[in-house]
Design a protein around this ligand. Structure first.
Ligand SMILES: [Cu+2]
Length: 146
């Protein structure tokens, strides 16, 4: 009995930490929204499952200060871009795996930033210095870039 218990303990300790998944709905109720608007405690290897339920949107990493302009390379260092997901024929799903445990800010890049400018934003691991509320305000303040 003791031997069995020991083996079970060692086996459990050897297992890698299980990656977490975060579910995010994109375009809920036909709105320019991600639900939830932010997640915390996400680490490298975790996944985010974006389920697109209206219109045609993306989830694309961007910068805190200039949310609606695509960063260098299209989505910045350690970031991601789901690409466009047209829901005309039904909900679409994109699963991304986080490459690091950093803070990332996400916006929709549809319509040359117009969706972002309307507030379509999402934050991964926002901080006290860079909160989701401030990021959203930056997006709302940002003029639409031609
Ligand atoms: Cu959009």
């Amino acid at each position: 009995m003791h031997f069995t218990a020991l083996v079970a303990t060692v086996a459990a300790a050897a297992l890698p930490a299980l990656a977490a998944n975060f579910d995010v709905e994109v375009g809920a109720n036909n709105g320019f929204v991600y639900a939830p608007t932010s997640i915390s405690g996400a680490v490298a290897g975790d996944t985010i499952t974006f389920t697109f339920t209206s219109r045609n949107h993306t989830a694309t990493t961007t910068t805190f200060n200039d949310p609606c302009t695509p960063p260098a390379g299209g989505f910045g260092t350690g970031g991601f871009d789901t690409g466009f997901h047209d829901t005309t024929s039904g909900p679409q799903v994109a699963v991304i795996t986080l490459q690091d445990s950093d803070t990332h800010f996400v916006a929709c890049r549809q319509a040359a930033g117009a969706h972002c400018h309307a507030g379509m934003t999402f934050a991964i691991n926002p901080t006290d210095d860079q909160t989701y509320a401030e990021f959203l305000q930056n997006a709302l303040n940002d003029p639409v870039h031609p």
